[in-house]
Design a protein around this ligand. Structure first.
Ligand code: DUC
Ligand code: ZN
Ligand code: ZN
Length: 468
């Protein structure tokens, strides 16, 4: 006779606000007891010397997203969530993307069909709104918000995705009426198109020119504009994948003014620079993403923003394109202009280990802040808290047992995505997720996947809550 399905003993539990040693009793997929000397569980894990953290929430990743340029994402919901789980993540929020002319509901139905039977961990959807027609704004979006799709991304760039300012105002007004969260990809489209034309006319088409075509000033302008539009409407806004100082200054100024402006950054802005786009041959294409990585000074600025609260969320922006093969980075050959290289880099599995090693391990951020950035704030901002994002009685037992002293050299061989490279090849880090538990099920243990595709459940999100 046992009292719990699973007991985790003697670990150091860290949440966004607390840090203490206790046993965790888990039954029915939930945390039911926190205490000392708990009675026996059907299964037991001794976590002496380990950290017990809330499973990560990767609130910005792309799996099996249909692309309009003929490229194809290498990860579907099976390989993407498998890779996420091995990296300590127990919830992912990828994007159901509306094609222009398509109904939003059809995009959501299609994305559910793509996910069906595949995820090993739990998942929710953000929406991408590219065609805010009267029907979409008046009926589809309000109904979808009520059905648990409470956040959506809008774009200021990419011809097949971008909205004009007036459309952005319409979407923001809808978000205000319905209490939803709007995320924005902020880069000035016309500036990018103009610069790209000049670069191509000058024969400057190698991967490194991607960074020149999308300068920080283009990101700064669009960030400022998006914030201004949100201020006009008086609605919260979350600026995603912020690359450095210029955009951060706009965000910090708005926050100081008391506006509800939130911001996300990603590993590529801490660990890559524009120099990575200038590797030999076509190798730089591996690091093409938008906004592009900047320079060492911007990396330091991003670290400061993670520490001082400019950023609430640290996501991967995992956008998985293979380097080789007909649907990835080299789809148009190795002489192709940067314009034809699909934008995005993989990172769903390395997100938490990189931030832990270089952030917590090197004293740049506290352990509590790490938890906040990788799990808790995403749960709050996207309406999943306190079911997800913390360790508390009643919460889902989504837990990662972290070995803080394990030394790992990142190579693509040890990762579990379907991409044929990692931008972090050869990087040495300290700290690694050892055991990953999702709703009480051990999903990863002893470096083995213990769960079948399809065990992950879809999460309807509640209304966004605002982190302190
Ligand atoms: N924006 C994203 O959010 N992800 C990948 C590429 C991009 O431009
Ligand atoms: Zn984007
Ligand atoms: Zn993205």
């Amino acid at each position: 006779m046992t009292d719990f399905d699973l007991v985790i003993r003697n670990g150091r539990i860290a949440t966004a606000s607390d840090d203490f040693t206790a046993d965790i009793g888990i039954s029915g997929g939930r945390i039911v007891t926190l205490g000392q000397h708990l009675r026996a569980g059907a299964d037991e894990i001794d976590a002496t010397g380990k950290l017990i953290l809330p499973g990560g929430i990767d609130a910005h990743c792309h799996f099996d997203q249909p692309m309009s340029d003929g490229s194809e994402m290498a990860d579907d919901f099976a390989s993407g969530t498998r890779s996420a789980a091995f990296g300590g993540t127990t919830t992912v929020i990828p994007f159901a993307c509306q094609q222009k002319g398509q109904s939003l509901r059809a995009a959501v139905d299609d994305y559910h069909a793509r996910a069906a039977g595949k995820p090993v961990i739990d998942y929710a959807f953000h929406l991408i709104v590219t065609d805010p027609t009267e029907q979409v704004l008046g009926q589809e979006l309000p109904a979808l918000i009520r059905d648990g799709y409470t956040s959506f991304k809008i774009y200021t760039t990419y011809d097949d995705l971008k909205l004009h300012d007036r459309q952005i105002l319409d979407v923001l007004a809808l978000a205000r009426r319905e209490g939803a969260m709007t995320m924005v990809h902020a880069e000035n489209s016309d500036a990018i198109a103009w610069l790209t034309e000049k670069l191509e006319l000058a024969g400057k088409t190698a991967p490194k020119y991607h960074a020149d075509a999308r300068p920080a000033i283009a990101e700064r302008e669009a960030t400022h504009r998006a914030i201004s539009l949100a201020e006009i409407v008086d609605v919260p806004l979350l600026v995603v994948h912020v690359s450095g100082q210029e955009a951060m200054e706009q965000i910090a100024a708005a926050q100081t003014k008391g506006l509800s402006i939130y911001a996300e950054t990603c590993p590529q802005y801490l660990f890559l620079t524009a120099a990575n786009l200038d590797l030999d041959g076509f190798e730089g294409a591996k690091h093409i993403c938008s906004p592009p990585p900047r320079d060492a000074a911007n990396q330091e600025h991003v670290w400061r923003g993670l520490k001082n609260g400019t950023f609430q969320i640290f996501s991967s922006d995992h956008a998985p394109f293979r380097y080789d093969g007909p649907k990835g980075k080299k789809a148009h050959g190795t002489d192709a202009s940067f314009v034809h290289v699909p934008n995005g880099i993989p990172g769903v599995e390395t997100r938490m280990p990189l931030l832990f090693s270089e952030g917590v391990g090197k004293g740049r951020i506290s352990l509590n802040r790490f938890v906040e950035l990788t799990a808790t704030n995403a749960a709050k901002l996207y309406g999943l808290y306190p079911r997800k994002g913390t360790i508390a009685i009643g919460s889902d037992a989504d837990i990662v047992i972290w070995d803080p002293s394990r030394e790992v050299t990142i190579t693509n061989d040890i990762l579990h995505h379907n991409v044929d490279y990692t931008p972090y090849e050869g990087r040495k880090i300290t700290g690694w997720p050892e055991t990953v538990i999702s709703r009480g099920d051990i999903v990863v243990r002893d470096a083995q996947l213990q769960s079948q595709p399809g065990r992950g459940v879809f999460l309807e999100c509640g209304m966004p809550g605002i982190p302190r």
